[in-house]
Design a protein around this ligand. Structure first.
Ligand code: O2Y
Ligand code: MN
Length: 601
């Protein structure tokens, strides 16, 4: 094969990695449909993939991972930077030289018996000044197939690289060399937990991942590049790399606005991104379901792109009722990982909305009957589906200029205290709201008292590549540089309120459009709000209540619970203490001011 790229830095790096990992062969990926088919054929032949029923789910494949390799491994995820303090209290820090030495030993010969794939990809549309190029070297055809769906792999980026465009090197190995002539023979390849490393070198904009083939550990464009490394680049270059969905809302008069929203996991982010409004005349379209890269344009307005091209969504709980658009998106050309298999070679999972149609094979390959003790699908089972298959995808989702963001939403799972919606007084108050995001813990197994709030500021705790105190400062400084009149408004929403007896006060799902409508009207300056101790809030008349929500329920959803909020202030104080001196004084002031306003009630 002639030189597959004219990019000198890329050729040298591929050569250096090949000498260390010693693959049997090297294959340069071009992102073509033929290439994707070849990956699937290869993995079906090796017993790693099952082709699903083509008349029910054309182009779909099922994979079962190793039980030790089913989710992101936060305790094996590292930020390796010169000063330990720069990684902050929320990250595992490692010394870059030491970590590299450890990992080089693991990488030594780790691709023997395998093919090393070179995947050139972009995060974000080609030609966008917000987009970034990455190149992932991996010995996993499963990663190649997923990267085809989740990122832009192909000739466009190869051409940019030929023109010597810079790229972020992403090295990945499953960590399981093969003996001569051996194959995986149906066993998901990965390394034991203690040899897994998901390592980031933010000062060098470099990613090294070893030992896991699953999701965020292995598809390095997603959490590693688009959040951990990009958050550092964003801080240094004055933009925002955020764990946010992006959606488009159109009102009955035909005007549209774009909203970005951050929620911790298990708060229905993909459902909100694909919401079907129950409010007559309103529509919601999807731009992205997980990550937003945002930059202020020359006129001072915040613009966002979705850097991804697919959805890597949690399967269990996804149903025709909870998310019809997701169900349509996964009808074809989708990779399913760790879901259950039906007798007619279709998929099933807990919460899919119908009973298992007979005997199943569970995610570990075992026969499963209704009533079996363990779930048939792993709770973190996933679908990887192309964004273009989402019926609600907005055509401008790939606009290189991005979309202008009118509002930023934060939220968490808060059965008590936090009202249905409240709006920040200004940007810094909104940053304060984002910094306090969290979900109430219910599972006793987590060793925390039920009712404790597990804080996940801006839903970025596992994904910020540097100290969270500096991250809050970056948000404050970014806002301070702009004309306040052009900044997006910031809101805190809570779809998860319960009453004292534990009954849900708000139905959620499509009914959340009623809250989005108030937010939309606030952005237009057309909705009334009252000033409260915690922010601007609608009166009951400002939200059209859905069936089943009584006047009293709505009152409770929109009331400031003084005692609850004073407990919240104390809890945020404890949370803030974890950031030490790097917590911006502005946020401490916001907290003190909130307490004072509450005490005056
Ligand atoms: O478990 C994994 O490896 C995937 S994590 C993930 C995937 C898609 C979107 N968000 C997430 C997340 O953890 O926030
Ligand atoms: Mn996510």
């Amino acid at each position: 094969m002639s030189a597959p790229s004219r990019n000198q830095k890329l050729l040298a790096w591929v050569d250096e990695v090949a000498q260390m990992t010693r693959p049997d062969r090297i294959e340069w990926c071009n992102g073509s449909p033929d290439e994707l088919d070849r990956m699937f054929d290869l993995m079906v032949d090796e017993g790693l993939a099952t082709m699903l029923n083509p008349s029910k789910r054309p182009g779909c494949y099922l994979f079962r991972s190793d039980p030790s390799d089913v989710a992101r491994v936060e305790n094996r995820t590292y930020i390796a930077c010169r000063n330990r303090e720069d990684a902050g209290p929320s990250n595992n820090w490692a010394d870059p030289a030491e970590l590299k030495a450890t990992m080089r030993e693991l990488y030594d010969g780790c691709m023997v018996g395998r093919t090393m794939y070179v995947i050139p990809f972009t995060m974000g549309p080609l030609g966008s000044d917000i987009s970034r190029i990455g190149v992932e070297l991996t010995d996993s055809p499963y990663v190649v197939a997923n990267m085809h769906i989740m990122t832009r792999v192909g000739n466009g980026v190869i051409k940019l690289l030929d023109d010597q465009a810079d790229f972020i090197p992403c090295l990945h190995s499953v960590g399981k060399p093969l003996a001569a002539g051996a194959s995986d023979e149906g066993t998901w390849p990965c390394a034991p937990l203690e040899d897994k490393f998901i390592s980031h070198f933010p000062e060098e904009r470099l990613i090294w991942s070893y030992g896991s083939g699953y999701g965020g550990n292995a598809l390095l464009g997603k959490k590693c590049l688009a959040l951990r490394i990009a958050s550092v680049a964003a801080r240094d270059e004055g933009w925002l790399a955020e764990h946010m969905l992006i959606l488009k809302i159109t009102c009955p008069e035909g005007k549209h606005r774009y909203v970005a929203a951050a929620f911790p996991s298990a708060c229905g982010k993909t459902n909100l991104a694909m919401l079907i409004p129950t409010l007559p005349g309103w529509t919601v379209e999807t731009i992205g379901d997980d990550i937003a890269w945002m930059r202020f344009d020359e006129e001072g307005y915040l613009h966002a792109i979705n850097p991804e091209t697919g959805f890597f969504g949690v399967a269990p709980g996804t149903s025709q009722e909870s998310n019809p658009n997701a169900m349509t998106s996964i009808q074809r050309n989708t990779i399913f990982t760790n879901v259950a298999l039906t007798e007619d070679q279709d998929i099933w999972w807990e919460g899919i909305g119908y009973d298992p149609p007979g005997e199943l094979i569970d995610w570990q390959g075992r026969v499963w009957h209704d009533g079996s003790r363990e779930p048939a699908a792993h709770p973190n089972a996933r679908f990887t589906a192309p964004a273009t298959q989402c019926p609600a995808l907005a055509p401008e989702w790939r606009d290189p200029r991005g979309v202008r963001i009118s509002a930023i939403l934060f939220g968490g799972r808060r059965p008590s205290t936090v009202p249905l919606v409240h709006e920040a007084f200004d940007w810094n108050h909104g940053v304060f709201m984002g910094s306090s995001v969290g979900s109430e813990v219910t599972a006793a197994a987590l060793d925390l008292q039920a009712g404790t709030v597990r804080r996940d500021p801006m839903a970025m705790l596992p994904f910020c590549g540097y100290h969270m105190g500096d991250y809050f400062r970056h948000w404050i400084e970014t806002g301070a540089r702009q004309d306040p009149a052009k900044l997006p408004k910031i809101f805190y929403v809570n779809w998860f309120r319960k009453d004292a007896s534990g009954r849900w006060l708000w139905p959620g799902y499509g009914e959340n459009s009623r809250v989005l409508a108030w937010i939309f009207r606030r952005c237009e300056g057309k909705a009334a709000a009252r000033e409260t101790a915690i922010g601007y809030m609608p009166d009951a008349a400002g939200i059209e209540a859905p069936a089943g929500v009584s006047d009293a329920d709505l009152q409770e959803l929109l009331t400031v619970d003084k005692a609850g909020w004073l407990r919240e202030v104390a809890s945020i104080r404890e949370h803030y203490a974890t950031f030490g001196e790097r917590l911006p004084a502005e946020l401490q002031q916001q907290l003190d001011a909130l307490e004072q306003r509450l005490l005056q009630l």
